[in-house]
Design a protein around this ligand. Structure first.
Ligand SMILES: Nc1nc2c(ncn2[C@@H]2O[C@H](COP(=O)(O)OP(=O)(O)OP(=O)(O)O)[C@@H](O)[C@H]2O)c(=O)[nH]1
Ligand SMILES: [Mg+2]
Length: 610
């Protein structure tokens, strides 16, 4: 049975800590100052086993207005809430703040707890009704209500039973997903070293795992790597802990002073740090009613941010520092130093820059139709091409790929928009055709030039576009399939040289002959690509079949043979025979024995007797 983490919520002094203490027997107010003042200042932690056998951990939050930031850090990563309202006081200001935070986070699991019932039993019914009205706009609208007294113990059994039922209905957290553990405490233990704690809402942590510290407050990126030396949940050492749990990690690789609340420990390489977000409003007034400067709370982080509304329900947020955020993340928006003013959900953690006039309006209309869990087809179309790993980082893809949306092609870990792919193919075809027209002797468009032309991040994508365009790749050059062999103006001279060599295959033309024929380096290279001529060392040009012809003659000689014997047998000059023999050596058809002798390699090439 899975465990769970439940946060408290409710106005100051309404009995949250008293309730947790009564339920668990654990003191949630950890600080002497808290106990002296009877006031929770920072998060408190306790746990118990429910009648069903399910383990539940509590994060007890402060109700006082001054500590709202701490409250939000406790509530942020917890999926379920005990919403406490005192019978004798009824709904108060921080009840509203906490309700707004619950709405912003989209929390829909929890209980309405009317506490301090012994102090005002006659008011209980009214307070339940009042709280129901206040919570009507939140996911807690249908939450079961329980009436308790943390002092007399009345209602605690009913609360345990109700909580069990609520937790049984909670969706199962994903134990296999990537980890993002928002740090809520960091301290150092003599002998053990650095310990951080947090609520693990998804994924599994194991001893020995490496994690990256992300979202560092005053430190430059990139992230730092730490290793889990040991882990505990509810004060018990464990080899591994799954969600949703409270965890304490003993870390190697960072001092406790280097890890702060608001930073996150994340699975390496699979999170994107972003400071720019496009979001949709999910609660509170329209974005156009909100101040430009606000504080964004996510997980245990609280970050100053600038809001740029597109319309009343879509906006761009620029955070003061980059955080590991993903599509679907819920954010609490707060007036700096004041109450909660609304909630937002991340639609895009890698939004496009808005450069030109009209970009913002266009962006607004895209965002309006965007699904809250992201839309793969739209995201791929916007980028044209995107690596699958990046889609996972952005939270657009999780687990094994089930189905590729229409209009998307997947090639070697790249997701391509088919329309964009067709456009690249057209662009590439035009460029290659133009090049062939302008310079028939050119081998074609180099793969690198094609990559630049299309502005592609990876060379293998050029091949996809080339394939789509029906181009062929030869030695790193893209050309039209029929192009190799086109020699344009050099055709006549090459044909003439072929005629001469056909009569006498080892009478390679002199440099002067080549000049006269108008065959320079480029022409000869093109003829060679077209498999019409073969260039040997020292400017020697023969037919592609000349080496095989030479082998027939050489195989008839007594083995080994001298260079001079080869020259005479082939009826040629030293100028030609030396590069020719070296060529045969390099093909493995002949073998050089010493300075003056070679032999034909038996069973190779057009060897003996053929
Ligand atoms: N009679 C009675 N008093 C209660 C009950 N619950 C809490 N109290 C008292 O109310 C006061 C505040 O209780 P806490 O549990 O500290 O309230 P809290 O909600 O945790 O307060 P903060 O954490 O500061 O927001 C204390 O004096 C408690 O003894 C209850 O059920 N009955
Ligand atoms: Mg308290």
């Amino acid at each position: 049975m899975s465990s769970c983490v439940v946060a408290t919520a409710g106005h100051v002094d309404h009995g949250k800590s008293t309730l947790i203490r009564a339920l668990t027997g654990i003191e949630p107010d950890r600080w002497a100052e808290e106990r002296r003042r009877g006031l929770t200042i920072d998060l408190g932690f306790a746990w118990m086993r429910l009648p069903s056998g399910r383990d539940v951990a509590f994060v007890d939050v402060p109700g006082h207005k001054r500590f709202l930031g701490n409250m939000l850090a406790g509530l942020g990563p917890a999926p379920v809430v005990l919403f406490v309202v005192a019978a004798d006081e009824g709904w108060r200001a921080q009840s509203s703040d906490h309700r707004d935070a619950v709405a912003a986070l989209g929390i829909d699991g929890g209980l309405l707890v009317v506490s301090r019932a012994d102090r005002a039993p006659e008011r209980v019914a009214d307070v339940v009704e009042q709280a129901r009205t206040e919570l009507a706009g939140t996911g807690l609208r249908n939450a079961p209500a329980v009436v308790v007294s943390g002092v007399t113990g009345v209602g605690l059994d009913a609360l345990r039973d109700s909580l069990d039922e609520v937790l049984a209905r909670q969706p199962l957290p994903n134990a296999h997903s990537r980890v993002r553990l928002w740090v809520d405490r960091s301290f150092s233990i003599t002998g053990a070293g650095t310990v951080v704690t947090g609520t693990l809402s998804a994924g599994t942590l194991r001893r020995g795992d490496a994690l990256d510290v992300a979202g560092s407050a005053d430190r430059p990126q990139p992230t730092r790597r730490v290793t889990i030396r040991g882990l505990e949940s509810e004060n018990q050492a464990q080899p591994a802990v799954g969600p949703v749990s409270r965890v304490a990690l003993n870390l190697r690789g960072a001092a406790s002073s280097d890890l702060l609340r608001g930073e996150a420990l994340v699975t390496p390489d699979v999170w994107r740090l972003t400071e720019l977000l496009d979001v949709r409003g999910v609660s509170g007034p329209g974005f156009d009613q909100l101040p430009e400067q606000l504080t964004v709370h996510i997980g245990t982080a609280a970050i100053p941010a600038r809001l740029r509304p597109f319309d009343s329900s879509h906006a761009r947020l620029r955070l003061d520092r980059a955080l590991p955020l993903t599509v679907g993340d819920r954010l609490i928006l707060r007036n700096p130093g004041n109450g909660v003013i609304g909630g937002a959900q991340v639609l895009d953690a890698e939004p496009p820059e808005l450069r030109r006039r009209g970009d913002a309006a266009r962006r607004a209309s895209v965002l309006t139709t965007m699904r809250p869990d992201g839309d793969l087809a739209v995201e791929v179309a916007r980028r044209g091409v995107v690596a699958e790993a990046q889609l996972r980082r952005l939270g657009l893809l999780e687990g094994p790929v089930q189905a590729v949306p229409e209009g998307v092609r997947v090639v070697d870990g790249w997701w391509l928009d088919t329309a964009r792919c067709a456009a690249w193919a057209r662009q590439l075809r035009t460029a290659v055709e133009e090049l062939h027209r302008r310079d028939p002797l050119a081998a074609g468009l180099s793969r690198g030039a094609a990559q630049d032309l299309l502005g592609l991040s990876a060379a293998e994508l050029v091949d996809v576009a080339a394939d789509e365009a029906g181009l062929v790749l030869n030695d790193g050059y893209l050309s039209e399939p029929g192009h190799v062999g086109e020699l344009g103006p050099a055709e006549a001279a090459v044909a003439e040289l072929e005629r001469r060599l056909a009569t006498d295959p080892f009478q390679a033309p002199e440099a002067d002959d080549l000049v006269q024929l108008g065959l320079g380096v480029r022409e000869l290279a093109a003829a060679e690509r077209a498999d019409r001529l073969l260039r040997l060392r020292d400017g020697i040009v023969v037919l592609p079949r000349s080496p095989a012809l030479a082998m027939r003659t050489l195989a008839q000689l007594d083995q080994p043979f001298t260079t001079s014997e080869a020259r005479q047998a082939l009826g040629t000059t030293r100028r030609v025979v030396i590069p020719l023999l070296e060529h045969l050596d390099s093909r493995g058809w002949t073998r050089r024995l010493d300075a003056g002798h070679r032999e034909v390699v038996v069973g190779r090439g057009s060897g003996r007797g053929s």
